[in-house]
Write a protein that binds this ligand. Structure first.
Ligand code: ADP
Ligand code: MG
Length: 354
């Protein structure tokens, strides 16, 4: 009874927060408000003063365009925090702006999504960084679990689901049943790798140098992993590797498909590998219910169809795939008692008698 009372008071004076700390994008969900922040995970730092110059969209615009003393960095690499201080600055900045929406004054309860299979040390880093930004309680959930909750899969039931989260740095392939991750595989083949594939292809096939952002734009504009009709084309500007001068080339979806093929093969093969080690009852659930794609890479044209052909299981692209994890952290906050069993246990807080 008193508990309930306290909970209500907390609700009034603190605004609990869900965070999807992605390699490409960071999203913040504020309880009762929904997703209030959705920004690239990029921070621009002035190397002379150590000061943060920009965070999010404005920092991403600086990638590859900064003068010598300003460095635009992505502090979350391959799904784990590679730069503590910068991640902390980024989170503090984003949380501050999300906090403004609610004007509450008690440190929030925070649920943060991390990639599946991260080590204790890495989880610890996320906990520390989040605590340092003023959180009262920090809870960690594996991103594929959060995504599954976000797209309202029946995670607590004794039926297996497979979810594939194709983000910027990593792809998480996970099988979930009875509130836990039964099987998972995390590979470094995802959006960033696709961008690099396009950069390499342009260099070797067209002798032209392009930047990461240009490559990403190409991928989103004309990227397709199966033939499309009508064919798509884009004019790409870059620097000629021989003359050193600017040059334009016309690129088609076929070029991009060729560039991405080796990476896409690894992705398909990895999904097959996870299915191979998944218990047969669960595989039969997955065959029946289909596989769910989330993350920005889920939007790559034809990926669903290619996967369907390759493993012969129905594939569903989740609605609004880029926000699935953040929505999941939000649902966990809104129904905390119902979902607290899916959180990763905090090694530090478990006492011998619990
Ligand atoms: P993360 O969780 O790692 O932050 P996201 O789920 O936010 O990653 O996805 C970001 C990735 O998705 C980027 O590599 C981006 O280029 C890619 N992406 C976004 N939209 C599309 C699209 N329409 N087609 C292909 N890739 C896309
Ligand atoms: Mg993600």
């Amino acid at each position: 009874m008193f508990d309930r009372y306290l909970q209500n008071i907390y609700r009034l004076i603190s605004n609990d927060i869900g965070i999807d700390l992605g390699t490409a994008n960071t999203l913040v969900y504020v309880k009762g408000h929904g997703i209030v922040i959705n920004e690239p995970s990029v921070v621009a730092v002035n190397q002379k003063t150590g000061q943060v110059v920009a965070v999010g969209v404005s920092a991403k615009a600086m990638l590859g365009r900064t003068p010598g003393h300003i460095l635009a960095v992505r502090p979350v690499v391959d799904g784990v925090i590679s730069d503590f201080e910068v991640t902390e600055e980024m989170m503090a900045y984003l949380l501050n702006s999300s906090q403004k929406q609610a004007r509450k004054f008690l440190g929030p309860r925070v649920v943060v999504g991390v990639p599946s299979g991260v080590t204790n040390v890495e989880t610890r880093a996320v906990r520390d960084v989040t605590k340092n930004t003023g959180a009262r309680e920090v809870h960690i959930v594996e991103q594929p679990m959060a995504a599954a909750i976000g797209i309202r899969l029946p995670i607590h039931e004794p039926v297996g689901s497979m979810i594939i989260d194709i983000g910027g740095g990593t792809t998480d392939i996970a099988v979930i049943s009875l509130g836990g991750v039964v099987q998972s595989k995390n590979i470094k083949v995802a959006g960033d790798r696709f961008n690099n594939d396009i950069i390499s292809y342009m260099r070797s096939e067209f002798k032209i140098l392009i930047g990461e952002k240009t490559a990403e734009n190409i991928k989103i504009a004309i990227g397709a992993v199966i033939p499309v009709s009508p064919a798509m084309e884009a004019v790409v500007k870059g620097r000629d590797l021989v003359s050193g001068l600017p040059r334009e080339v016309a690129l088609t979806d076929t070029d991009v498909r060729e560039a991405l093929a080796p990476s896409i093969d690894i992705l398909l093969e990895s999904v097959r590998e996870v299915l191979e080690i998944t218990p047969p009852e669960i595989v039969s659930d997955i065959m029946h219910r289909g596989i769910y794609l989330v993350g920005g890479g889920a939007l790559l044209r034809g990926l669903d169809e290619l996967l369907r052909e390759y493993i012969r299981i129905p594939i569903h692209i989740a609605e609004d795939p880029l926000t699935a994890v953040a929505r999941g952290t939000g649902i966990i906050l809104e129904h905390f008692d119902l979902f607290k069993d899916v959180l990763i246990k905090n090694e530090d807080e478990s006492s011998p008698d619990s």
